[in-house]
Design a protein around this ligand. Structure first.
Ligand SMILES: Cc1ncc(COP(=O)(O)O)c(C=O)c1O
Length: 453
């Protein structure tokens, strides 16, 4: 019998998150206040986030202690298992060993609760009564719905309308965990009303939903906003994935040649990759690859620029690879990857050539996802299918190069609430979608006068 899973005991769970900001070879550009053009101050963010989270967002400390109350909740599903994908390896017939972290074991079915639980905890500690957020695929919204319930907070989620319609079960999950879920654009906010006035049939986008959630939070009483990806503190919380993976691989005496993840705003990829990026910065030979959709190719086709995180321009200007804040991605089924920008930390590391990016079309990703389901059993989320396409690609490259490789990747979530997408794929209704260059040019026009990083 061959060992399929590498498990850690509860007591072996990492007790600190890793903050890569302490190890970056060159400093990151700061987020800017759009009015003054100056770096944002903690007070600029105080209406949106509680101060304990703002401090983490700006922290340069390498290790940040995970509070006992957060660890206790993490233990409901963490440490997550590290698997060896023997069956998928056999199908590919390439000289690769494939390991993956199964983040689909969390109650919400993805990596998102790794960030939702600490976020709800820190908000509770700071006196917040209600959290407001947006969600694309519904994974983040359901994760925050669960986490806020655990800490006795109210929760309202603005869900991108196309996903709200494609994925009714995610809304029901949010309702089951006690949260309210509203299709975005909505009539509840000025930002939503503005979009509806111009585009009554708008499918929505993460950029619009973020604007609605922020407006709702800053105008509410004791309400704060929570973002499910992109920002430094969210990536920090996700590093628990990579830190566990390092311990697990150490147990079996294996070190990866390649570490991979799919990229929406960058949090699950950063979660697995940043602890290995630290090794790379300190001389280790490891390749880090982020996989994004070709319909929303911020890292592979967008410029590195200052841009807003949302359509209504309510966030600070973030230094990132971006397609422009008014870019509305095609309604592909990987709703969680339909975001115009990439996390500033991931963007910085791409620029520094510590991380590479690749883009995959949704048909190729579903092909890989169905192959996976038919060999490894677990049905991946449409987002996760993007990293599977990248793993297939990497395995074929290994064969062409005649090299043996160890691949580690983050299996970011299961697709059991995304079966309509599989139905569309299996019945030949899913379409390939490449972003036309004219659309990039149009969207980038909106940011041409912004400060340059
Ligand atoms: C299963 C899954 N994987 C990946 C993502 C992409 O987000 P991120 O890049 O922040 O990990 C999402 C977002 O909703 C998701 O639900």
């Amino acid at each position: 019998m061959e060992q399929v899973k590498v498990l850690l005991q509860d007591r072996e769970i990492p007790k600190k998150w890793y903050n890569i900001v302490a190890d970056l070879p060159t400093p990151m550009k700061p987020p800017l206040h759009p009015g003054t053009g100056q770096p944002v101050t903690p007070n600029d963010l105080a209406a949106i986030f509680p101060m304990n989270i703002i401090e983490q967002e700006a922290s340069g400390k390498r290790w940040i202690k995970i509070p006992e109350e957060v660890l206790q909740k993490y233990l409901l599903w963490r440490p997550s298992p590290l698997y060896r994908a023997y069956n998928f390896e056999k199908l590919l017939n390439c000289p690769v060993k494939i390991y993956y972290k199964n983040e689909g074991v969390s109650p919400a079915g993805s990596h998102k609760p790794n960030a939702a639980v600490p976020m709800a905890y820190y908000n509770k500690m700071a006196g917040t009564k209600k959290m407001v957020t947006e969600t694309g695929a519904g994974q983040w919204g359901s994760a925050l719905a669960m986490a806020t319930q655990m800490f006795g907070l109210e929760c309202r989620v603005y869900m991108v309308k196309i996903s709200y319609e494609q994925k009714p079960y995610r809304r029901i999950l949010m309702n089951t965990w006690g949260a309210e879920c509203i299709p975005s654009p909505s009539n509840l906010t000025q930002a939503g009303r503005n979009v509806l006035a111009e585009h009554p049939d708008s499918p929505g986008s993460l950029g619009i939903a973020i604007s609605e959630a922020i407006e709702d939070a800053v105008t509410g009483k004791n309400a704060r906003y929570g973002l499910g990806s992109v920002l430094n503190h969210v990536l920090l919380y996700q590093t628990i994935i990579g830190l566990e993976a390092q311990k697990q691989m150490e147990k079996i005496g294996v070190y990866p040649d390649v570490v991979m993840g799919c990229c929406g705003g960058g949090s699950n990829f950063a979660g697995i990759a940043l602890p290995f990026a630290c090794d790379k910065i300190h001389g280790k030979n490891v390749k880090l690859v982020g996989a994004e959709p070709s319909s929303c190719p911020s890292m592979t086709k967008g410029p590195f620029a200052y841009d807003f995180g949302d359509l209504a321009k309510t966030t600070p200007l973030l230094p990132m690879y971006t397609l422009g804040h008014d870019y509305i991605p095609a309604p592909i089924h990987a709703g969680g990857l339909r975001y115009h920008g990439m996390a500033p930390i991931v963007s910085h590391l791409v620029r520094e050539k510590i991380i590479e990016a690749r883009a995959y079309d949704q048909l190729k990703t579903f092909d890989a996802g169905v192959k996976w389901a038919r060999t490894e059993g677990f049905v991946p989320a449409p987002e996760t299918n993007h990293v599977l396409a990248a793993v297939v690609d990497e395995a074929l490259r290994a064969k062409q190069e005649g090299k043996e490789k160890v691949i580690l990747f983050n299996w970011s979530g299961h697709g059991l609430v995304d079966l309509a997408a599989y139905d569309a794929y299996l019945s030949g209704k899913l379409q390939a979608y490449e972003l036309p260059d004219e659309e990039i040019a149009r969207a980038l026009n909106a940011i041409k006068d912004f400060p340059k990083p």
